[in-house]
Design a protein around this ligand. Structure first.
Ligand SMILES: Cc1ncc(COP(=O)(O)O)c(C=O)c1O
Length: 398
């Protein structure tokens, strides 16, 4: 008999989609997959070499549960230099990816029945983790007309005496929205006033376009820093998704418990992978690598946006960060009954795959990741357009 706490659990739909696409590809079907939530660049050689060196040198044993000291020190330095936020290494815990950091934070602070404010569309994993901790998801709808920006005034309405935490994810997966600094400040002040913890998931901070500047809520004031969990990872920034190294920076009383949870669950993020992560942080070549990826993504974003705009009855907001675009295909998904059916139809009929918006709490949308070559993006959106036009004319002739 399974426990009640897992009764709602679903596999991550993004991973499920990748599995479906891979299955079809294995049968020889040519599919354009816009599903991947990871850069299509390889991890740089200098990072791989550092990890290999660590293996050769015998860094193959347990590490401290909060992470190797050199990495925590390098992270503290980075946060000070890039964000102006002071953290001691004792306030930083290295985790098995950002996903695990988020889960451990929630395990550490959420009580049964407490409420978590979740701006929606949201990244698929947040609600699952909140529910696993026995807490309640309170969706805060973000409006497409406003570019999917969270506003403090809108947030206020959803606060109750049970509200414990707000999840901020800017740049956002799936919308690519970047919340303006002024609005983030108002939101953070509101959380401070109402005694609400902030989880700031900053996994896409390296991927900002149109000259946008990244801002971390923890940098606003000492008081806000003290209610904030700053979460980040090596996964997207350095194209290291499979390495499973992320981290959280937060006041020591929380960090200590999160490290204990680490020690009682996975012991530590893989030791030699942490040496690769250390290299990613400290090798001067990283800057150029990350900037190269950012520039490639910005060009691809422009391309995807221009092509999607040309599809009849499709609305699309221009993303300002991350590597996703989130067109509104509601007109078409209504014809088939749901965006799940539309996504299936697109795979079967159009040989093009994206993740349905309902996975992100936003029925009628389709998330496309543009971690693909420009040529593939062109071909994929051509297929999308043709399939939607065919669906329209097929429906009209029935
Ligand atoms: C918003 C967001 N947070 C966290 C993660 C997970 O990152 P990691 O692979 O480091 O666990 C992802 C991955 O897709 C993400 O999109």
């Amino acid at each position: 008999m399974l426990a009640k706490r897992v009764s709602h659990i679903k596999p991550a739909p993004t991973l499920a989609l990748t599995a479906k696409v891979n299955q079809l590809r294995a049968k020889g079907v040519d599919i354009v997959g816009f599903g991947a939530g990871e850069p299509d660049f390889d991890t740089p050689e200098f990072i791989k070499s550092a990890c290999i060196k660590a293996l050769v040198e015998g860094k193959t044993k347990y590490a401290p549960s909060a992470g190797i000291p050199q990495l925590r020190e390098a992270l503290a330095e980075k946060l000070l230099k890039e964000r102006g936020v002071e953290y001691s290494p004792g306030e930083i815990v290295v985790t098995a990816g950002a996903k695990m950091a988020l889960f451990l934070i929630m395990l550490a602070v959420l009580e049964e029945g407490e409420e978590v404010l979740l701006p929606t569309p949201y990244w698929v994993t947040y609600p699952e983790q909140i529910l696993l901790c026995g807490a309640k998801v309170v969706e805060v709808p973000l409006r497409e007309e406003e570019g999917f920006i969270l506003r403090a005034d809108a947030l206020r309405e959803y606060i109750t005496p049970k509200t414990k935490m707000l999840i901020l994810n800017s740049p956002s997966n799936p919308t690519g929205a970047v919340f303006p600094e002024e609005e983030q400040k108002k939101i953070a002040e509101l959380c401070l006033e109402r005694n609400i913890l902030i989880v700031s998931d900053e996994c896409y901070d390296a991927f900002l376009y149109d000259g946008e500047k990244f801002v971390s809520p923890a940098s606003f004031s000492k008081e806000i820093r003290d209610i904030t969990f700053t979460v980040n990872a090596f996964s997207k920034t350095y194209s290291m998704t499979g390495w499973r190294v992320g981290y959280v920076a937060c006041p020591e009383r929380y960090a200590k418990v999160i490290a204990d949870l680490n020690s009682q669950s996975i012991s530590n993020a893989t030791t030699f992978a942490q040496y690769g992560a250390l290299e990613a942080l400290t090798n001067p070549q990283s800057k150029e690598f990350v900037e190269g990826m950012r520039r490639a993504f910005e060009k691809r974003r422009d391309l995807a946006f221009e092509l999607l705009k040309e599809i009849p009855r499709v609305k699309v907001v221009k993303p300002k960060g991350a590597f996703y675009i989130f067109p509104n295909l509601n007109y078409y998904s209504q014809k088939l009954g749901s965006d799940l059916k539309l996504a299936d139809y697109l795979v079967e009929e159009g040989k093009v795959a994206g993740v349905p918006g309902s996975a992100f709490g936003a029925e009628g949308y389709l998330r496309l990741s543009y971690c693909l070559s420009e040529e593939t993006i062109r071909e994929g959106i051509r297929r999308l357009k043709e399939t939607l036009i065919r669906l329209e004319s097929h429906n009209n002739t029935q």
